[in-house]
Design a protein around this ligand. Structure first.
Ligand SMILES: Nc1ncnc2c1ncn2[C@@H]1O[C@H](COP(=O)(O)OP(=O)(O)O)[C@@H](O)[C@H]1O
Ligand SMILES: [Mg+2]
Length: 496
């Protein structure tokens, strides 16, 4: 019998994690991949399973189609969001390939933050924030100036760039925050309009909330939604959640499905939000969503589990944690989703492991990526493996035998522990000591991820949010009065 063949689209740490999970399958697949960089981790797994590695643009449907036609895969797995947005899934499906990854239309749930928010209001999905989308930046600026305590976002998913929080409730400072938000809106709109021409809305201004963030990744065939263990990402560049937002400097998960700062009920409610969204998407676009859909959530004092944004994919670094958590056959799961029959799939996870992942980035990331680019980097994988950790290659490119940084998060280490997050975090520190640039260029990472101090900080914040939202619920307080420029006093009724 000929081997089952898989084609992976994308070449970052997420795709490396996916390839690793897939490579462990009892189906013993032959794995091929297409990516614009050469990811040494994925390359090795492709070579080890007699697959091919194509250099090509994952966002270009023709490049991916060519690779698919050469390999004839039984399953194509699309990793990143941009290939979804540009219709790679549509093109492949049209040609009869079985694809794990939503169509361009369905991936609007991530691409267009206005679309996602609107869907939540239209279908009364819990955890929805008040928002307004704008085509004209002038209107957005005026609105941001009037509402003050707000968050300004590019309406289009911009790879984790562009979101700014303008919260200031002290009256004497709020004027400054408002002015700042308004002028930021205009600058952001200029950048976004130049870069992306594929959606109409430019800016979203939404209410600011506070709380603890976490990611709920799920797999769906458009009918059933299978939640994976919760993972907490750490988007800020520096310890204690300081500095600019990044794609994620590391994440923690375990033990079991929930993290210590969440309750079983909050996990269930978060899953319900994603489930309702998948159903609403079907009602809205008459299409079954196939692939990963993840909720980037926050436990807030108003709603409890609240949706910040959706991913039409697995999170990075979040999926890396699951390398140590998923026991059942992951390829079978992806394949079952793509063939619309996950209801019979039984997910089996490691219930007793704490996992910490940490990303290593060249200095300059994320604000000065040019500086962070082109540095030779070396990883002593044997030492890292001996610690019991995994290495995931991300923003690196193998060029003529030399591994060079591409300016983004270069490498992730993922470490498990049976004892707790602290041990896993310290293991990750040891593992990171085995990653070095060959030109002496500085690498940065966050020591605090998985530390007891950081976890305590989270627990306290979550407890406060929980106290508030539970009280609100017990009193049935789901009506908010607000003043909106141009509209006057508005009543928001969240009760369904
Ligand atoms: N409504 C909000 N209130 C408070 N903080 C927010 C809000 N929306 C986003 N943020 C913060 O900004 C970060 C980035 O926003 P997000 O919508 O996830 O955009 P992206 O990840 O595409 O940049 C979030 O992880 C969160 O920390
Ligand atoms: Mg985000």
């Amino acid at each position: 019998m000929s081997k089952f063949k898989v084609l992976i689209v994308g070449g970052g740490a997420r795709e490396h994690a996916l390839t690793l999970l897939i490579s462990r399958s009892e189906i013993e697949p032959s794995i091929s991949a297409i990516s614009s960089n050469v990811n040494p981790g994925i390359l090795r797994l492709c070579e080890g399973t007699n697959g091919k590695y194509f250099k090509g643009k994952p966002t270009d449907p023709n490049d991916v189609l060519k690779a698919a036609e050469e390999v004839s895969p039984d399953l194509v797995v699309i990793g990143p969001e941009e290939p979804l947005f540009s219709g790679v899934s549509d093109t492949l499906k049209d040609k009869g390939f079985i694809v794990f990854g939503p169509t361009a239309r369905a991936s609007l749930i991530e691409k267009d933050k206005g679309f996602a928010r609107n869907l939540m209001w239209k279908y009364k999905i819990p955890g929805r924030l008040r928002y307004k989308t704008f085509v004209d930046p002038e209107d957005a600026a005026e609105y941001a100036k009037a509402v003050g305590d707000s968050v300004v976002k590019p309406a289009r998913q911009a790879g984790g760039r562009g979101v700014r929080v303008f919260g200031e409730t002290a009256e004497h400072l709020s004027k400054i925050a408002r002015e700042a938000a308004a002028s930021y809106v205009k600058r952001l709109a200029d950048v976004i309009k130049k870069k992306y021409k594929d959606i109409e809305n430019t800016i979203v201004v939404e209410e600011r909330v506070e709380g603890v963030e976490y990611t709920l990744m799920t797999v769906t065939d458009g009918y059933d939604v299978l939640p994976l263990p919760i993972v907490e990402d750490h988007p800020h560049l520096y310890p204690w959640d300081l500095g600019p937002e990044t794609g994620g400097m590391g994440s923690i998960s375990g033990p079991s499905y929930i993290l210590p700062f969440l309750t079983e009920d909050e996990f269930k409610e978060s899953s319900k939000i994603v489930e309702m969204t998948v159903k609403a998407l079907f009602d809205e676009i008459k299409e079954r969503y196939v692939g990963a859909i993840s909720g980037q959530m926050m436990l807030t004092s108003f709603w409890g589990p609240t949706l910040i944004e959706y991913y039409a994919r697995f999170g990075d670094p979040e999926i890396g944690n699951l390398v140590f958590m998923i026991n059942s056959d992951f390829l079978e799961l992806l394949d079952a989703a793509a063939r619309k029959k996950i209801s019979s799939y039984k997910l089996n996870i490691n219930e007793n492991v704490y996992v910490v992942s940490k990303a290593v980035a060249p200095e300059g990331y994320p604000l000065e990526r040019e500086k962070a680019k082109g540095h030779p980097i070396a990883v002593d994988e044997n030492t890292i493996k001996k610690l019991g950790c995994e290495v995931l290659y991300g923003g690196v490119d193998l060029v003529n035998g030399e591994l060079l940084t591409t300016g983004s998060r270069a490498i992730e280490v993922v470490c498990p522990s049976k004892k707790g997050f602290e041990e896993a975090s310290l293991l990750a520190e040891k593992a990171i000591a085995s990653i070095k640039t060959l030109d002496g260029y500085r690498l940065i990472h966050r020591w605090d991820i998985g530390s007891p101090e950081h976890l305590r900080f989270r627990l306290r914040k979550a407890r406060l949010a929980r106290l508030a939202y539970m009280r609100r619920r017990s009193k049935g307080l789901f009506i908010i009065y607000d003043w909106i420029p141009g509209k006057g006093l508005v009543v928001f009724d969240y009760s369904s």
